[in-house]
Design a protein around this ligand. Structure first.
Ligand SMILES: NC(=O)c1ccc[n+]([C@@H]2O[C@H](COP(=O)([O-])OP(=O)(O)OC[C@H]3O[C@@H](n4cnc5c(N)ncnc54)[C@H](OP(=O)(O)O)[C@@H]3O)[C@@H](O)[C@H]2O)c1
Length: 211
């Protein structure tokens, strides 16, 4: 059975998830940081694209007291094996899976490797393989390109967006969802608003994806 897929991200009021040069910006407030910690603690795996690893170098770990029984699996979508050996996801502090294409033969000292897809990672096939490994819930934390791919492929169940009370602007700053984008409204991804809550000085919007 494929895992339930939850996308979670923080953005500015104008939909940006980073600065104009792609550098990380703290868009969450303290309340949202706590919420994301709890969310991470309740999932089986946390996934990002290699673009996020290269820009943000996230740890993707969960404090032991918040992890249900074991650390969630850290997953990086990395078709060509570009994750630097110094990346924090390769620090050995939690299990890590680097998912490459079948064309890539790089191996990683502190991570398992899954070859999945001809040129880019095949997300449907990946979810099947994760389901086989007992992964029931997968948290997708970005970035922009990866969120588009999951939404476009119809693989997302829930979308949670924290909207910080700030504007970043800039055409080149990545938005919540990038990728190819819709050519017409009929290609848009329809969402149903399930909850909206004030969270400190920001807003949390929670959607389900209409299939
Ligand atoms: N505010 C937030 O909540 C938040 C969270 C995370 C990231 N960010 C920001 O997001 C930005 C990074 O986003 P990004 O769009 O540049 O990179 P990304 O989405 O993290 O990674 C994209 C890369 O993943 C690889 N990939 C492999 N298989 C894929 C597939 N099936 N679909 C899509 N991608 C696949 C591709 O590289 P290969 O072809 O080499 O495999 C692709 O270029 C950074 O600026 C970061 O700060 C913000």
């Amino acid at each position: 059975m494929r895992p339930r897929v939850i996308v979670n991200a923080a953005m500015s009021v104008d939909g940006k998830i980073a600065l104009r040069d792609g550098q990380r910006a703290r868009l969450s407030n303290e309340e949202d940081v706590q919420r994301v910690r709890r969310l991470r603690g309740g999932v089986d795996a946390i996934l990002v694209g290699v673009g996020t690893v290269l820009k943000d170098d996230p740890k993707l770990t969960v404090k032991p007291e918040l992890a249900a029984d074991r650390s969630p699996l850290r997953i990086v979508l990395d078709s060509d094996g570009r994750t630097p050996a110094s990346a924090r996801v390769l620090d050995g502090r939690a299990p890590t899976l680097i998912v490459t294409s079948e064309a890539c033969d790089r191996t990683f000292a502190d991570a398992d490797v899954l070859r999945c897809g001809k040129e880019q990672v095949d997300l449907g096939a990946l979810l099947d393989r994760l389901g086989d490994r007992g992964i029931r819930t997968l948290l997708v934390e970005g970035g922009s390109t990866v969120i588009w791919s999951f939404l476009r492929a119809g693989l997302v169940d829930e979308l949670k967006v924290f909207v910080g009370s700030l504007v970043l602007g800039g055409r080149s700053a990545p938005t919540l969802v990038g990728g190819g984008g819709a050519a017409s409204l009929s290609e848009s991804i329809r969402l149903a608003l399930e909850r909206s809550d004030r969270l400190g000085d920001g807003v949390l919007l929670e959607y389900s994806v209409v299939r």
